[in-house]
Structure formats: C-alpha cells, structure tokens
Design a protein around this ligand. Structure first.
Ligand code: BES
Ligand code: MN
Ligand code: ZN
Length: 476
C-alpha cells in the first residue's frame, strides 16, 4: 500500500486506515512509518483487515520524477522478495509521476517486482530453492483504463524476465558460460519461440569468411569462438530489422597483455553485452511485438595460450581493413568490428552494439549511466529517452574525427588502441570506422552491467533501455 504525507493520502490508504482504526495515521505521526520515498514498514496480522500482512511503502512527500518512481517500485519489489509469500496485492493508487501516466507506473512497478525475484544460488550446495512470489495482483482505484494498464504490467514483467535472463548468464562463472554455452542458449530460445530462429557460425566458417579480427582474440584459448545469429520476426517481412550486436567475451584475461590479478574474476562479466541481447530476445519471445530484430553475438574467450595473438601482430578484418594489435586487452573492439561488418548482410534499419568495452567509461560515468555513441542525433535522442523511461539511463559522448587520429598505426590501417586519453571515445571511434553504411549506436556498459563489492552481481542492464527503444519503434 503506497503511503504519502497524511494530508494527501489516497482513497485506498484512507480506507485501509479506517479499517485499522487509524493505525496508519498514528504510525506516520509517530514517525515509525517514514514517508521518505522507498521507506517501508511491514505489519503482521493487522486487525480489521482481511490480510495476513500489510506492507506500507512510502511514495515520498511530493510528486515523483522517474528516478523517484523507480526507487519506490524497487522498494516494493525488494520488500516483497524478502517475504515467504506466494501472492500479493499491490495497490497502484496515490502515486503520481511527472509526465507519466498510470500505464507507465504499472509497467515500472511490475518490472521492479518481477526483477526483484532474481536469485543466483545454484552453486551453493546449501542453497535450497525457496518457493517465492508466484502471483501479483495490481489493485487499481477505478476500472477505467484497466486493459491498457494490464498490458503495460505484462510488458513490465516480460522486460524483467529479459533482465533476469541477462543477469543469470552474466553471473554464471566463466568455466560454465563459454562461447559454446551461449550458443546453446541462443538455440534454446529458438526452440521455445516460434518467431525466433538461431544459427551459429563456427570458427571454420569464420575463417572462410575472413573474420580474422574476431578469430585473433580466441586464438589463445582452448574454447572455440562462436558467432550466434538470432532472428526475431514479428513484423512485416519487408520491414528492415534493427540489429543488436552484443560483445560476448566469456572471460577477458587480457590475453598476452595480461590484466592485473585484483578483481580479475569480474571479467567473467565481459559477455554482458551478449547476455543483454539474449535477454532482449527472451522478452521479445514473450511479448511478440510487431517488429523485426536480428541479434549478432560474437563470443570468444580471451586467453594467453601459446597460439595467442601477440602485441604487434597485424590481422585483416572481414571488412578488408588491417589492424595492428598493440594491446591484446583491447579485444572487444576486435570482435565487434567483424560482427558489425557481418551485420550489413541483414540490410539493417539501425544497428546498436552493446559492450563492456572500456574501463575508461567507468571512470567517466561511474555506475549510473551507460556511455552512448552514435552517428545519428535522432537515434541517440531516442535511446536517451528510452533509458530515462526505463530507469536505465545512458549519456552521450562524442566520436569526433579529432579523436579518431589517435588510432593511427605506422604499419597497418589502424591500431587497436588510441592511448590513455579519452579511452572510451577512441574505442567508439574504432567501431565507427566499420559502421559508416548504416544508422548506428554503441552502448558502453562497462560501468552499468554489474555491481562490484558485497553487492556483486549482474544488473541486466541495458535490457530495459533496449526493450523500451524497440517497443517504441513498434508504436507501443
Ligand atoms: N573488458 C574490458 C573493459 C572493462 C574493464 C570493463 C574494466 C569493465 C571493467 C576491455 O576488454 C578492456 O580490457 N579494455 C581496456 C582497453 C585498453 C587496453 C585500451 C581497458 O579499458 O583498460
Ligand atoms: Mn580486455
Ligand atoms: Zn573485454
């Protein structure tokens, strides 16, 4: 039950307050129930109510903005996920968000609640499965508009299942989640959804095609590279697809340019771009919007084996351009380069790549926003709006030709690194060299795809942003 300041309690809150003999009023007055956004209080066996538990969650003192509303919705999700309950009624009344309607509120609430159910304990021998929340009813103040709100809530829940798919793949350890494993996940999606198909390009086929930039990254690994291609056809056959390209480095040791040891375990998350594309397809399979989407998922393991690529090696990419590999730890761009060239064959309307590409992006933007780069202002604006709506924000950085200068090589068409300055920008400039022929955006999710520290775990970002964007192209 949402709770606000006493002078602006919703009709629903007032009637619960009456039924409980003014308990809510007393709790707010005494300060036991704080009305700061997201604060909550659980009452057990409340007298006067036909419910085992009553969870009060504060909306805050004023109208909410999008971040405030997400904070409020996440608080409901977190509080519910801690309870040993199978079902809950969530009152959607007394919440107002600037510039957003009740369908948006329902979508945000449903997404937050469904995402909060995520657990990752399959590798803990004592981690027995808890039953968990199965069913949530949204309770509305009036019948009017209920159909649209229900649809919005279903959209939110489907986005959350895409988020949780991406989180699970991200959290899996590198010895389980290999390129072959991710390929298997793609095939499973195709098996479970009639409008999704999947093909996997093998190393042998990639060699024939000439994807030597991609292959140079997996050269030092015992795990063969795979290029997964997913196709979701929900729209007209002639409608050009949006192509999503996801970086899938299932472990990034740095290769011969080996990373330092501290925190290296987190490089199992270097496939979170790939995981977000798989998450988007899981959500598309559930929602079946009238759009066409292709997923291109280059997956490799970056290891310093005896056949590994060495600093100074020169390779020829699928596009024909040659690359001097000065640092084998700048591998994401090498696999994306060939994948972005490969994407051309789908005659795309738009191409968006998603990658944990640079540590420099974490320095620039921290954990709050993904880095956004694009050759189209209109596309960049749409993605920024989608992120703002979905509590999954992105912030744009430039890809001016001045920065591209830093990629000059004495021996090949370009080097794969551009020095310390503006590391995220030069990485994006590198990709931009292969994306001149279509509308393109690059999302650097190095700071947003997972949390570190005691909270370590994948976030499932930017699945919400991508889904919001894709659904907006369908006019949903
Ligand atoms: N996967 C890393 C980027 C990364 C680092 C993401 C830390 C999240 C946290 C990427 O492959 C990488 O190693 N990038 C290098 C590029 C450099 C060698 C030009 C980096 O950021 O240090
Ligand atoms: Mn690297
Ligand atoms: Zn990497």
């Amino acid at each position: 039950l949402p709770i606000s300041a006493l002078d602006s309690l919703s009709e629903a809150a007032k009637s619960v307050d009456d039924a409980c003999g003014g308990l809510i009023t007393r709790l707010v007055k005494s300060g036991d129930m704080s009305i700061e956004t997201g604060q909550s209080l659980l009452l057990v066996e409340p007298t006067g109510l036909n419910a085992n538990r009553l969870l009060l969650v504060a909306t805050g003192k004023q109208d909410l903005n999008e971040q405030g509303a997400s904070k409020f919705a996440n608080a409901i999700g977190t509080a519910l996920s801690r309870l040993q309950i199978k079902s809950a009624d969530v009152v959607v009344d007394g919440i107002s968000v600037s510039d957003r309607d009740s369908a948006w509120i329902a979508k945000t609430t449903a997404r937050a609640i469904a995402a909060a159910s995520y657990r990752f304990n399959e590798f803990k021998t004592s981690g027995k499965k808890q039953p968990g929340l199965k069913k949530v009813n949204l309770v509305l103040p009036e019948r009017k508009g209920a159909a649209a709100i229900q649809r919005a809530a279903q959209t939110g829940a489907a986005i959350a299942s895409g988020v949780n798919t991406a989180r699970h793949l991200g959290d899996l350890p590198g010895n389980v989640c290999t390129p072959a494993y991710l390929a298997k996940q793609g095939r499973a999606l195709a098996r479970n959804h009639a409008d999704i198909s999947c093909t996997v390009v093998s190393e042998k086929e990639m060699r024939t095609l000439g994807m030597h930039s991609l292959l140079s990254v997996s050269a030092g690994s015992a795990q063969p590279a795979k290029l997964g291609v997913l196709n979701y056809q929900g729209g007209d056959k002639n409608q050009k697809p949006t192509v999503l390209v996801g970086k899938g480095v299932t472990f990034d040791s740095g290769g011969i340019s080996l990373k330092p040891g501290a925190g290296m375990d987190e490089m199992k998350y270097d496939m979170c771009g790939a995981a977000s594309v798989l998450g988007v397809f899981a959500a598309l399979g559930e929602l079946k919007p009238a759009i066409n989407v292709v997923g291109v998922i280059p997956t490799v393991e970056n290891m310093p084996g005896s056949r590994a690529t060495k600093p100074g090696d020169i390779v020829k990419s699928l596009s024909g351009q040659t690359i001097e590999i000065l640092n084998t730890d700048a591998e994401g761009r090498l696999i994306l380069f060939d994948a972005l060239t490969y994407a051309e064959r789908f005659n795309p309307e738009t191409v968006i790549d998603i990658a944990t590409l640079t540590g420099a992006c974490v320095i620039a933007l921290g954990n709050h926003a993904s880095g956004l780069f694009s050759n189209s202002d209109a596309l960049a604006d749409k993605l920024i709006d989608a992120g703002a709506s979905a509590d999954d924000r992105a912030w744009r950085l430039p890809i001016w030709p001045e920065y591209d200068q830093q990629l000059k090589s004495n021996f090949a068409d370009m080097a794969n690194i551009g020095g310390r300055n503006a590391g995220s920008v030069t990485a994006a400039c590198f990709l931009a060299r292969f994306t001149k022929d279509y509308r393109w955006a690059h999302l650097d999710i190095a700071g947003t795809a997972w949390n570190s520290g005691s909270n370590k775990g994948a976030t499932g970002r930017p699945v919400p942003l991508l889904m919001e964007y894709l659904l907006s192209t369908a006019g949903n």
